[in-house]
Design a protein around this ligand. Structure first.
Ligand SMILES: *Cc1c(COP(=O)(O)O)cnc(C)c1O
Length: 422
């Protein structure tokens, strides 16, 4: 179940007009779908005290999208200076921002803590002494190591560079307390694109177990736990969506049990990126070449600069030829971009209806980790982004990159320096 029939019914009938008006390629995002998913998330977890989604900005860092998140009452999960600044630009302040970086530098700490601050989520015990003005509210990212098996994108926790180990976690909070912290949270992120809800329930159980252990040892209360992102979406037609209802029910039981033992419950935060926007975006591109050698290739006018996931993770993105949804898929093609890299393929040996030059293809589920993961290798530029609004109008929310953008970093006053060699 890739993009919804609803999104298709809003997009496909107007796709040709959009292509004519804006040119190809473009990512287009669906406001109605994003809001629906946001409301579903709020609804599903409304029984958990103080539930809040912190949208993972890196998934789709566009101010118009972040504005939608702010309107739904969401906070922002940031891991870089630019992400913090973008979140503040749409009005986020203080505890609306959770800063989860790793291998953090001083400028990042300073920016995160300036201008109203944020919830600082430290990635390592050695960073405690490196934060100059230690905040009253502190969080640590927990890495369970061998206590948990990993998943494909994020890897085995033992090999993951993130977080504080089990052996260090009590000490981390003890040292934070010594530095003046009075309010505490615990964070983890152990999955990415997980479709098995029980794995996420286990994550909630795991963070509450750690909270209990640390609380008992140090006599502190935790204001919140953050179970991270990693909620999966069905990229393949045969995959089923995450069972949100079962997940929220089972999580409710875990929090209730915690309350019975500890006499209180921490608030539950999460930071979904993909789940919030992934299925509400499409990359629209035009077939421009057809090449028949050992395999049959369709060349399109987008490439990896617009969407890295297939080349980087071998990820599946469903593709439809707009207007040919009901034609028999009796051809086998590789759908390729123009990069000098053979992994620049959106589909490999996949069945399609016959594709003619000029046909418009919709590459599904590009609303998260799509445009934002794009790059400029081979001087291939990143495309424009459009927002399909609830009233049916369309807004250009990022223009396409130009050659001037590409050359911009070469326009400067040369700096000559002669190192002394005495
Ligand atoms: C990337 C990331 C997320 C979002 O992950 P999704 O798979 O998009 O939900 C959330 N939290 C942290 C710390 C991340 O690095």
């Amino acid at each position: 179940m890739p993009i919804s029939e609803d999104f298709k019914s809003r997009l496909y009938p107007v796709a040709n007009q959009l292509v004519e008006h804006y040119g190809t390629p473009f990512h287009i995002y669906d406001e109605v779908g994003i809001r629906q998913t946001g409301e579903q998330l709020k609804q599903a977890f409304s029984h958990l005290a103080g539930f809040r989604e912190y949208y993972a900005v890196k998934a789709l860092p566009n101010p118009r999208i972040l504005q939608l998140m702010a309107e739904m009452g969401f906070g922002f999960d940031c891991s870089s200076i630019a992400e913090v600044l973008q979140s503040r630009q749409v009005g986020a302040r203080g505890e609306d921002i959770m800063f989860t970086s790793n291998n953090t530098n001083q400028l990042e700490f300073e920016t995160a803590l300036a201008d109203g601050g944020c919830i600082l989520n430290l990635d390592d015990i050695s960073l405690i002494d490196k934060v100059k003005d230690f905040p009253e509210l502190i969080c640590f990212r927990y890495n369970p190591g061998p206590r948990r098996s990993g998943n494909v994108i994020i890897g085995n926790p033992v090999e993951a560079k993130y977080g504080v180990s089990y052996e260090q976690i009590i000490d981390a909070y003890r040292q934070a307390k010594q530095r003046g912290a009075r309010r505490f949270g615990l964070h983890t992120m152990v999955a990415s694109n997980e479709l098995d809800y029980t794995y996420i329930v286990e994550t909630a159980r795991m963070v509450l177990d750690i909270v209990e252990m640390v609380s008992n040892e140090l006599h502190i209360r935790f204001e919140f736990v953050n179970i991270g992102g990693g909620f999966g979406i069905p990229y393949r037609p045969e995959e089923k969506p995450l069972d949100l209802a079962a997940m929220s029910r089972e999580m409710g039981d875990i929090f209730t049990a915690f309350k019975a033992k500890q006499g209180y419950v921490p608030k539950m935060y999460m930071e979904s990126g993909r789940y919030m926007t992934g299925p509400h975006g499409c990359l629209v591109t035009r077939a421009i070449n057809h090449k028949n050698i050992y395999r049959n290739y369709i060349g399109v006018d987008a490439c990896m600069s617009s969407l890295m996931r297939p080349g980087m993770y071998d990820a599946y993105h469903h593709i439809e030829v707009i207007g040919k949804e009901n034609e028999p898929a009796d051809q086998i093609y590789d759908i390729v971009g123009s990069l000098c890299e053979n992994n620049d393929k959106f589909a490999i040996q996949r069945q399609f209806p016959r594709i003619e030059e000029g046909d418009i293809l919709a590459i599904h589920d590009t609303g998260a980790h799509g445009h934002s993961m794009g790059f400029q290798y081979n001087a291939r530029l990143r495309p424009q982004e459009l927002l399909l609004k609830a009233d049916g109008t369309v807004e250009l929310i990022r223009r396409a990159e130009t050659l001037e953008d590409y050359f911009a970093t070469l326009n400067f006053n040369a700096d000559h320096f002669s190192p002394s060699r005495s």
